[in-house]
Design a protein around this ligand. Structure first.
Ligand code: RTP
Ligand code: MG
Length: 147
């Protein structure tokens, strides 16, 4: 069973898309493990996006992610990292496949609504910087035998 870190970015929160986005993961049959409505401070933002430090889009990315609250989540399921990346769509909304979150709701690469971990290593790292271990809820997903 794999876990991933998903975060609805400030644009998704401000546009009232938390429910719409969360519903897609629920309908898919993935299991919610943790969720937190919070502001990201500069230190957390720099830690989260450390792989992008030095790139031209890094300063505006840090400004954006700290500008307004986010909705941080942990989800689990078989292949949850690849599945959620597929549901989210490509970084640039122009290249995102129709039906994906970014294609359906985003226009601009810099404001693409949601973050999803891209590897097991990054998922573990990101879950660890956003959540304390006791915030991850351990429970049985009753429908799992059908999904
Ligand atoms: P994310 O990390 O947010 O899930 O997005 P991603 O994997 O699809 O994209 P990544 O390459 O990790 O980039 C992180 C975020 O930085 C912004 N970005 N802007 N202007 C640009 O060329 C550019 N490239 C990336 C996006 O907000 C992207 O989600
Ligand atoms: Mg990324």
């Amino acid at each position: 069973m794999e876990r991933t870190f998903l975060m609805i970015k400030p644009d998704g929160v401000q546009r009232g898309l938390i429910g719409e986005i969360v519903a897609r993961f629920e309908r898919k049959g993935l299991q919610l493990v943790a969720a937190k409505f919070m502001k990201v401070d500069a230190a957390l933002a720099e830690c989260h996006y450390e792989e992008h430090k030095g790139k031209p889009f890094y300063p505006p990315l840090i400004d954006f992610i700290t500008s307004s609250p986010v909705f941080a989540m942990v989800w689990q399921g078989d292949n949850v990292i690849a599945l959620t990346r597929a549901l989210i769509g490509k970084t640039n909304a122009v290249e995102a496949a129709p039906g994906t979150i970014r294609s359906d709701y985003a226009v601009h690469t810099n404001f693409n609504l949601i973050h999803g971990s891209d590897s097991p290593e990054n998922a573990a790292r990101e879950i660890g910087i956003f959540f304390r271990p006791e915030e991850l809820v351990d429970y049985e997903q009753m429908t799992q035998r059908w999904i």
